[in-house]
Design a binder for this molecule. Structure first.
Ligand code: DGJ
Length: 730
């Protein structure tokens, strides 16, 4: 069994294939974290702890004689504010009498087979995996606030999920001011932090830094997980690289404002607290009420960062993304945005579809501009009714004509937004988030709908289900094009305004869940001005997300590589666009654009009518190749390849089939040099003794040779050249 409670030692032991997680109830009744790392056998890791009298670290009252006993220096499983732990807390609650002290002590536990589920939030699915759930209850004996910690132990997939529920067991109100999902104390060792920063058009860039005695805060206050800081952090040994060394990942399954705090304390302990951002957050927990925090996913790897990524990739691909949709083949699509922006009519869209079909694509996606008075980005959001002046006859005949070509049809929507210049806003100005006495901040000329309101969600559900019910729409692109501000709901009283940011996210999840339930076969691609809401929460509903508004393949190399630390290739919406690129003006070969975009949920975003015949032929071949390698792209184990020497001029990655019998290596040269070194790489994940043939050549060589001896590619020439190498076991 993957969870054990050893009563004599008051010890909880959680074990996955390669990792072990331990907690103990100490003599104060405090739930102490003991260990997370590589499996250690039947050892109580408490032997590592030493205590001493640390100045200015007070003692619990009943232990006053023992100056070594302090909550301030003990590794805690869920830290709370006010009772002598001065480090970052996971919980801050205000009692009815105004006190902000919470003192959590062990109450009870249960162990069950299977995985717990969450009601209104996304969660990692249990499916047919061997999973156990451990529930531990902690209680504050004065306020009767109970914290229920849940652990989902995925033995084979080597990950642990965590979440916390706050339950008010008293008969008076308790106000939550901070309620994180996870607190992880790593008591000994030296660690570095990797987090994923960025901006619009350059998301998820890894930043690696050492951790000094201080607090590092990563997060977003934008009401969305954001382009700027992804809700995913890695802690690693300073020597850890892609292929070797210890590392830990903490990923929050949440799409709203989030915060990850990393603190190194006076004893060298590293604490990570991750959860909903507490700025602007408060929650009135009424008697008998329960507040559910978002789920987090934890993984440990002693096989470097690639090993850590593969654990996240697998659990996201198989247990976060909807298995029903993951069984269906993702269609190669042509998206109309960069092909025609707002300037189209029913004929030009049909023409795009005809060309798409002719090139071997499988779906036409009509992007922004088909509804209301939407001829630019100033108006129309909220009016989800087709603009019949633009699309004469409406959507239905157009979709039927496109279907008759043998193509599927997809449509763009941006449900959570509204333009002031829209019928929706004119009829319901109180449906937008805004302060009663201030002019709201406007971004891309739009405001944000109050998704905490049931009437707003009902309106959106009616509009979207009418569109999906009346038309053969097989895909939705669900966009979100601004950060949230002026978070104030006209439907809630002043003392509940702190609930609005989280209620907004719950509202969006609720709407997505309803649509998924009513139309389970419609594939939804998430989007937020590209990858501004690229998180495991959205992936629960939308198994692919438009990775970035930047479609330049050279920029995409960095964006997709950064994204790959946490998220698998199959989740990254990625398209071949025109050259010169619309965002950067850079000119790149079509071959390179194809190689980069095909490591993703693949498609095109250009006007094929503007291409030369030989480019069209190249696209036909790209699509055939994509189909040929589809299962490697969608399910292969992903490795970022190359050491410093290779990475100076090239970006290289590999996808390997689960049994190691097939591998696809892609290499793009960013900076071509004269008289250069040959690019040299060592493959990963092959069978040592098997013999592989490099497709299109006579080369046959063992897996061991390719993995340990490596492979040298031809000298790259020209602008941004790219090669793709397919090795197949013979
Ligand atoms: C932002 C998206 O990321 C683009 O792909 C496109 O859909 C536009 N919005 C449309 O407004």
């Amino acid at each position: 069994m993957s969870v054990q409670y050893i009563e004599k030692e008051q010890l909880f032991v959680l074990e996955t294939k390669n990792s072990c997680y331990q907690m103990t109830v100490d003599r104060t009744g405090c739930l102490r974290h003991l260990y997370y790392g590589k499996r250690v056998g039947a050892v109580n890791m408490n032997y590592r702890y030493r205590t001493t009298d640390r100045g200015f670290s007070g003692n619990p009252y009943e232990q006053a004689g023992d100056r070594g006993c302090s909550f301030d220096v003990m590794p805690q499983e869920y830290s709370s504010y006010g009772a002598g732990d001065y480090r970052v807390s996971a919980l801050m609650a205000q009692a009815e009498n105004g006190s902000r002290t919470t003192d959590l002590r062990f109450d009870s536990f249960t162990i069950a087979e299977g995985k717990y589920e969450l009601q209104d939030l996304p969660f990692v699915r249990g499916l047919s995996d061997r999973v156990h759930t451990l529930t531990i209850r902690l209680k504050d004996r004065v306020t009767s606030l109970t914290v229920e910690l849940k652990y989902g132990i995925y033995e084979e997939k080597d990950v642990i999920t965590r979440t916390a529920s706050l339950i008010n067991d008293s008969d008076v109100k308790i106000r939550l001011e901070k309620a994180a999902s996870v607190c992880l104390d790593l008591p000994y060792g030296e660690y570095e932090l990797i987090h994923f920063t960025g901006k619009h058009c350059m998301e998820r860039q890894p930043e690696r830094q050492s951790i000094a005695q201080n607090i590092i805060t990563v997060g977003s206050r934008r009401g969305m997980s954001s382009h700027h800081n992804n809700p995913f952090v890695i802690l690693c040994d300073p020597h850890t690289d892609e292929d070797a060394g210890f590392c830990y990942g903490v990923m929050l399954m949440y799409s709203g404002s989030h915060k990850e705090e990393i603190e190194k304390d006076q004893t060298g302990n590293i604490r990570v607290v991750a959860g909903i951002h507490d700025d602007g957050f408060s929650w009135n927990l009424l008697p008998g009420g329960r507040f559910q925090t978002p789920e987090s996913i934890l993984a440990f790897s002693d096989e470097g960062l690639n090993g850590l990524s593969s654990r996240f990739h697998r659990i996201i691909r198989e247990n976060v993304c909807d298995p029903l949709l993951m069984k269906e083949k993702k269609p190669v699509l042509l998206n109309s945005w960069e092909a025609s922006y707002f300037n189209f009519d029913e004929n030009s869209i049909y023409e795009l579809a005809r060309e798409a079909k002719e090139l071997g694509m499988e779906m036409l996606v009509l992007d922004d501009g088909w509804f209301g008075e939407r001829n630019d980005d100033h108006r129309g959001l909220g009016d989800w009714f087709v603009n019949e002046q633009k699309l004469k006859g409406g959507l239905k005949p157009l979709i039927e004509k496109i279907n008759a070509l043998g193509l599927k049809f997809g449509l763009w929507v941006e449900p959570e937004m509204v333009n002031e210049d829209s019928n929706l806003y004119r009829n319901h100005p109180d449906w937008a988030l805004k302060d009663p006495d201030r002019l709201p901040v406007v971004a891309r000329n739009q405001l944000v709908l109050d998704m905490s309101r049931e009437d707003v969600r009902e309106y959106l559900f009616t509009c979207i289900s009418r569109l999906l019910g009346e038309n053969n729409i097989e895909y939705l692109k669900w966009d979100f094009n601004r950060s949230i501000s002026n978070v104030y709901s006209a439907a809630l009283p002043p003392e509940r305004q702190g609930e609005v940011p989280h209620r907004f996210v719950l509202g969006t999840y609720d709407l997505l869940a309803r649509i998924r339930e009513a139309f389970p076969h419609v594939l939804i691609e998430g989007c937020a001005g590209g990858g501004g809401r690229f998180d495991a929460g959205m992936l629960f509903y939308t198994p692919q997300i438009w990775c970035s508004d930047n479609t330049d393949p050279i920029a995409r190399l960095q964006i997709q590589r950064g994204t790959s630390y946490g998220y698998p290739v199959c989740t990254m919406g990625s398209h071949v666009s025109a050259s010169p690129n619309h965002q950067t003006g850079r000119t790149t070969p079509l071959n390179t654009r194809g190689i980069v975009a095909s490591s993703g949920a693949f498609g095109y975003e250009l006007n094929p009518a503007l291409l030369a015949e030989e480019e069209k032929q190249q696209i036909r071949e790209q699509i055939l190749e994509y189909h040929k390698y589809y299962s490697l792209y969608m399910r292969g184990t992903y490795y970022r390849l190359g050491g410093e020497e290779l990475n100076r001029n090239h970006v290289c990655w590999e996808l390997v089939s689960e049994d190691g019998s097939e591998a696809l290596v892609s290499l793009v040269t960013v900076n071509v040099e004269a008289n250069a070194h040959f690019p040299f790489l060592r493959l990963k994940g092959l069978q040592e003794d098997a013999v592989y043939r490099l497709e299109g050549t006579d080369l046959t060589v063992t897996g061991a040779a390719l993995m340990y001896g490596g492979y040298t590619t031809e000298e790259p020439r020209g602008n941004y050249p790219a090669v793709r190498l397919h090795f197949q076991k013979i």
